[in-house]
Design a protein around this ligand. Sequence first.
Ligand SMILES: N[C@@H](CCC(=O)N[C@@H](CS)C(=O)NCC(=O)O)C(=O)O
Length: 229
Amino acid sequence: MSEVSFPSRWAPTKPDVIQLYSMATPNGQKISIALEEMGLSYEPHLINILEDDQQDPEYIVFSPNGKIPAIIDPIGPEGKRVALCESAAILIYLADKTGQLLPQNYLDRMEHIQWLTFQIGHIGPFFGQFGHFYKFMRGKLQDDYPLERYTKEVKKLLGVLDKRLNGRKFIVDDYSIVDISMVPWVNCCAEFYDAWEYLDMGSYKNVEDWRKRVSERPAFVKGKDVCSL
Ligand SMILES: N[C@@H](CCC(=O)N[C@@H](CS)C(=O)NCC(=O)O)C(=O)O
């Protein structure tokens, strides 16, 4: 991995701690919540995606798809500076760095990674598209098909989570980076998209209990508002 420079537009004032480049969206919240939960020191920088900060040439160097979140850890393995984008990769990196919120045992670890990739491959993209058509495009399109398609898929995914959480406090065993990756998206549907009633979220009782349990954690409460506008 080649070492990157700190972007001059978001110059660190504490260059010895992890630099977080983010905004308080579900994908961004995951990382600030994890950093808080793990007790790591970090310096947050707001990347305002509404103003296309994520396309800044200095930022694209270490987040090539122009998305938040990203981090630069000035003191990674072997003392090397590490830059990472993609929230799942960052969560695994932070968990490995601290030995927290992801088991080391191979098969337990793979079960966590399975659910983490389920979040990345399904929950993030489909909840995000649902929000686009429900919150931002509703009433602006002639065709109901996009909203119907994403509503159906989000309800299916909520059903998968509800079944998985039957008799469980968390998605795998103990609280982990998997829960941190998912709850911001479920909260986003209920709160930011304001779709709790529309999606009949009250009927997913296990999901509701879990998101309350997770959302009340002090690190979650603190982390979710980091890099707010
Ligand atoms: N797979 C990526 C998705 C990141 C992502 O979609 N971030 C959104 C905010 S939630 C973003 O940066 N959007 C800005 C854009 O698309 O220009 C991850 O998990 O980090």
